[in-house]
Write a protein of this length. Structure first.
Length: 95
């Protein structure tokens, strides 16, 4: 079983005007908030793709989030090798 951790999709960032020269990716924000490991996407994805990736990630037989993500993405890539928009966007951040 994979430990509980955020699984978030990247969305356009909001600007507050307080930090005009700073950019924080949603994954970095979760890390700054105290989560040790985070799985995020580099760009917005379709709901069906996100749901399939999350399902495969949560049911992976691998230990550790990085290996579980790797296994799930390899399966998604095998199913649609010519459509990287269905598998290339997910990344793991953390030790």
């Amino acid at each position: 079983m994979v430990e509980r951790m955020p699984l978030a999709e990247r969305r356009p960032t909001a600007r507050s005007g307080r930090l005009p020269d700073e950019a924080v990716h949603i994954g970095g924000a979760f890390r700054l908030a105290g989560f040790g490991q985070v799985v995020v996407t580099l760009w917005p994805v379709e709901d069906a793709t996100a749901a399939e990736a999350a399902r495969r990630f949560r049911t992976s037989s691998r230990t550790g989030p990085a290996r579980a993500l790797h296994e799930s993405i390899r399966t998604l890539r095998a199913n649609a090798p010519l459509l990287p928009s269905r598998w290339a966007e997910h990344i793991h951040i953390g030790p």
